[in-house]
Design a protein around this ligand. Structure first.
Ligand SMILES: [Zn+2]
Length: 269
């Protein structure tokens, strides 16, 4: 009945809210008596524990950092994980202290990238047992993206060029490796056919300086934040993180429950 539909909350009128037009609040599903287990409750089935170091961009004795399997709309989205099969509340003091250090270090590394204004640090973990902290870079100047809805904008913005994305990954990995551990991500190989890399001045250069291949149309996006519906990835997609536990098959199921794990109170900037 229309009179039973609750009014739209204030945040739908915030400048950062990505949608406009006619909307209404969904009916609230009944609570379940017993919640289902999160993915990876058993370490033997944990995707993080079973993913090799090669799928990460940087690794150390007790921590690893991984990226999405391909670029998205934000300049950088990374996940910090401990090697131990623990969630945040289970960390012993050593790992708890190191989590603080790693959080600061990774935030600085991402914020040092060109075009990054702020780095959002989030821990949801509603769909996946093994601790994973999200680091999301907000593009400089995009004030409309400040605050709670940055994760939504990641799926709305044009996908950043893969070359730039890989350079950024290598930059962050190298930054972290300055303090220890091992960088896995490397800068992309030089594209010799690109005019910008050709310095010849002889007559043959004009033949080689062909127009660069135009960037492809927006590729399919990874499902970046839907770890509520996570299940182990069976199909390796890319070299960066073949087994991202947050992946879901595309296209997205509009009727899937709780398609976004963000349950924190809105923090309007
Ligand atoms: Zn695990």
């Amino acid at each position: 009945m229309p009179e039973n539909i609750p009014p739209l909350p204030d945040f739908t009128r915030w400048p950062s809210f990505p949608f406009e037009g006619d909307m209404r609040v969904k009916p609230l599903a009944a609570p379940v008596e017993v919640e289902p287990p999160r993915s990876g409750e058993d370490a033997a089935d944990c995707v993080a524990c079973n993913t090799p170091d090669e799928s990460y961009i940087w690794v150390s004795e007790r921590w690893r950092v991984r990226a999405m399997d391909r670029p998205t709309g934000l300049p950088m989205v990374l996940i910090l994980e401990c090697r131990s099969h623990l969630d945040i509340g289970d960390l012993p003091n050593l790992l708890a202290a190191e989590l603080g250090v790693m959080t600061v270090r990774l935030e600085r590394a991402i914020r040092s990238l060109d075009g990054v204004a702020r780095v959002h640090v989030n821990r949801w973990g509603d769909g996946f047992t093994h601790l994973h902290m999200w680091f999301l870079a907000r593009p400089y100047g995009r004030l409309q993206l400040r605050g709670t809805f940055l994760t939504l904008w990641d799926d709305i913005l044009p996908v950043i060029p893969e070359q730039q994305w890989r350079e950024n990954l290598a930059h962050v990995a190298a930054w972290l490796a300055e303090f220890g551990g091992k960088a896995i991500a490397e800068p992309p190989h030089i594209q010799w056919e690109s005019p910008s890399t050709i310095t010849y001045t002889d007559t043959q250069s004009t033949q080689q300086s062909t127009t660069p291949t135009p960037p492809p149309a927006d590729p399919p996006r990874p499902d970046t934040f839907n770890d509520v519906d996570a299940h182990p990835s069976s199909g390796a997609v890319g070299p960066i993180s073949e087994s991202i536990p947050t992946q879901r098959p595309a296209p997205r199921d509009p009727d899937a429950p709780a398609s976004h794990p963000h349950t924190e109170a809105p923090s309007h900037p």
